[in-house]
Design a protein around this ligand. Structure first.
Ligand SMILES: *Cc1c(COP(=O)(O)O)cnc(C)c1O
Length: 477
């Protein structure tokens, strides 16, 4: 009995927390600094999965130290990989606060501050996106879940039947129209809803990988031929693989003419709305019925923090409880403050604080400065590639996502060569980039997410790619 009490007291001891906490903040500040000032030699201390698993228990050091030793450094300017924000460390303090007080949201009393912050963020973002004065929404755990939730709302809006209660059985089967470049989570959402392969009609793209709006009537006809009721068109802003922005305005025209819900998947590009210079890429977004935007991609927030916005508030309330929403007479009855009525999550992290604290400390200019910085550098990088004879640039980039490959005449299999180059590069740890397949061709892919990446980092990357590539070709011959 006495032993139980002492172990519990130890685990809950505020003084140990204080001491370890101060130490950890020091360790983290050093970790960030070593990345930011490039004194850490490696962006990624790569270990193969099984090797890391095998040596994990024997590795020296505290849990904190082990984790830091075996983690990729997003604060290193040569981190140029997946579209995850390099978070200002101050934003990460939000996580510490939220985890410590552990206010579980969902029900208002369980997260009063977090609930109000969510509404503030939704109104802030909704206004930036011109979604109108009624805009409402909430935060949720990632763009994938946000897209699924939006499509559930679109499905309900497309019919008079209460799908939530009655099910889909009596309905004509549903479908969405989406570009062939859309994120895989759209396909997954459609399958989760039980609409099968035929529930997704792919709209072809142009030579910049943007949906061809002029092909939408044909796609709608195709859906009808399959006996489908189209509940939504999904515009990508931007597509994940190539960073291509669909023409939202033109797609919105089509949706308006045909009475179809417009969902904009702006998981990556939504943050661009903060930039005067680049926000034209999102022209028409205010006409969307729903929008998904990841703060943890282009708005400097630690993962996860995703906004799902609805132009008409009722939409968000009918997703999981059609009947109940008929009964609410006014916005007040809809209980904006009990978030779990509208979200998949019951218990939920206070995820809004991650971005709210940055907004309050630095204002909108922080987000604008970040966007301009990384978007400008995307163009600079494309220009560097363009001037290198042995490199192919997939397309002139619209944003901070750039696809390219090393393709000298001396190589026979560019796909294999570039896969091997990337593998060597990651194993060396000196840069972190990813790869993608576009119409059967493998490309190296860079997303510039770190505001301290420079032109010379990108020049060094190309040199490194070339060096590894030449070695590989020589070894082959
Ligand atoms: C990243 C991304 C998603 C998925 O978002 P998660 O937050 O990773 O779940 C969906 N759509 C697009 C266009 C994306 O870029």
């Amino acid at each position: 009995m006495q032993q139980n009490v002492s172990i519990l007291e130890k685990a809950f001891d505020p003084e140990s927390f204080r001491e370890l906490g101060h130490q950890l903040i020091d360790q983290l500040a050093d970790f960030v600094l070593a990345g930011q000032n490039r004194s850490a030699e490696q962006v990624i201390p790569y270990s193969a999965p099984n090797a890391l698993y095998e040596k994990w228990d024997q590795a020296e050091g505290s849990v904190w130290e082990k984790v830091l030793q075996h983690s990729i450094r997003l604060h290193h300017p040569r981190y140029l990989g997946h579209q995850i924000a390099t978070p200002p460390p101050i934003g990460a303090l939000a996580g510490l606060l939220a985890d410590t007080i552990n206010n579980g949201m969902g029900v208002y009393e369980m997260g009063m501050a977090g609930t109000v912050i969510e509404r503030k963020l939704v109104e802030w973002l909704g206004q930036k996106m011109n979604l109108g004065t009624e805009v409402s929404g909430f935060l949720t755990s990632g763009g994938s879940l946000g897209n699924l939730t939006a499509l559930l709302a679109a499905r309900q809006a497309a019919t008079d039947t209460d799908i939530w209660t009655e099910g889909q059985a009596g309905q004509k089967p549903f479908a969405v129209l989406v570009s062939e470049e859309a994120h895989y989570c759209v396909d997954r959402a459609v399958k989760i809803m039980g609409w099968g392969e035929n529930g997704i009609v792919k709209v072809p793209t142009d030579n910049a990988y943007r949906m061809r709006p002029e092909s939408l009537p044909e796609a709608l006809a195709e859906a009808k031929k399959r006996g489908r009721h189209v509940v939504a068109v999904i515009a990508s802003a931007c597509s994940t693989a190539t960073g291509s922005f669909d023409d939202i305005d033109k797609i919105a025209d089509f949706c308006a003419e045909n009475g179809i819900w417009l969902h904009v998947d702006a998981a990556h590009g939504g943050g661009i709305v903060f930039s005067k210079k680049y926000r034209r890429l999102l022209k028409g977004i205010g006409r969307a019925d729903s929008v998904v935007m990841d703060f943890h991609k282009m708005a400097l927030s630690p993962a996860l923090s995703t906004a799902l916005l609805f132009r008409r508030p009722q939409s968000g309330y009918s997703t999981f409880a059609q009947k109940a929403s008929y009964l609410w007479e006014s916005e007040g009855d809809a209980e904006w403050f009990n978030l779990a009525r509208r979200t998949f999550e019951c218990t939920k992290h206070m995820m809004g604080l991650r971005v709210y604290v940055l907004k309050e400390m630095f204002g909108d200019q922080l987000f604008a400065a970040f966007i301009d910085q990384v978007m400008d550098l995307g163009k600079v990088f494309a220009d560097l590639i363009h001037h290198k004879p042995d490199f192919d640039l997939l397309l002139s980039p619209a944003c901070n996502i750039v696809c390219f490959r090393y393709a000298p005449g001396t190589s026979e299999d560019h796909n294999q060569l570039n896969a091997d180059i990337r593998q060597r590069l990651v194993e060396s740890g000196r840069f972190y980039i990813v790869q993608t397949e576009i119409k059967g061709q493998r490309f190296l892919r860079v997303s510039i997410m770190n505001p301290f990446s420079t032109k010379s980092d990108l020049e060094a990357l190309l040199q490194e790619v070339e060096k590894i590539g030449q070695k590989l070709i020589q070894a082959e011959h």
